[in-house]
Ligand binder design. Structure first.
Ligand SMILES: [Zn+2]
Length: 182
């Protein structure tokens, strides 16, 4: 089975038969992938859509590793959740580690997985791509687009008015307004 994960930089990694490969060359009708272990010269060729093997892998001089795919998959999940959710990064990290333990009972997660302090810088970088910079003054607070909406896409920022140096912002969902009106 051909399975794909990502490198830290977001490039595709092919996982096949307990080896990992990165793309070396795209030809017209095939893609050549090379072993991710740069001391190993094994290559494998896939079709141009990377759906099937055209030429089997040449002999590896490196060792097979079943855990790399699992680790990259878990890290990929952490990265995805970091981009899409607002939960804190330590929380996402611990939840995904627990999930990894449950899904892979024999895996020594403690020694295999990066620690939170080893991975959090890269997770915070990913979060920063989708989240605006924190304002340092009241005037810098600028809510636009989806930042003004609630989880259901309804208006959440009801009032935004400035009085000299003060600013009044009132937040509420349609649901909460109805509740108060009743
Ligand atoms: Zn290899």
């Amino acid at each position: 089975m051909l399975r794909f994960t990502e490198t830290e930089k977001g490039n595709a990694v092919l996982n096949y038969n307990c080896y990992q490969y990165t793309k070396k060359r795209e030809n017209k009708k095939s893609n050549q992938w090379r072993c991710r272990d740069r001391n190993c010269s094994s290559t494998i060729s896939l079709c141009s859509q990377d759906l099937s093997i055209i030429k089997n892998e040449t002999t590896h001089t490196c060792a097979q590793d079943t855990n790399k795919f699992i680790i990259d998959t878990i890290i990929g999940r952490m990265q995805k959740r970091t981009r899409e959710e607002t939960a804190t990064i330590p929380k996402i990290y611990s939840q995904e580690i627990v999930k990894a333990r449950v899904e892979n009972p024999g895996l020594p997660t403690g020694s295999l997985f990066p620690t939170l302090s080893n991975i959090d810088a890269s997770l915070y970088r990913r979060r920063a791509i989708n989240y605006p910079k924190l304002p340092t003054t009241i005037n810098e607070i600028s809510l636009n687009g989806s930042w003004k909406l609630d989880k259901n896409g309804g208006d959440f920022l009801l009032v935004d008015e400035t009085y000299e140096t003060d600013r009044l912002m009132i937040f509420g969902s349609q649901w909460s307004i109805c509740l108060y009106a009743d």
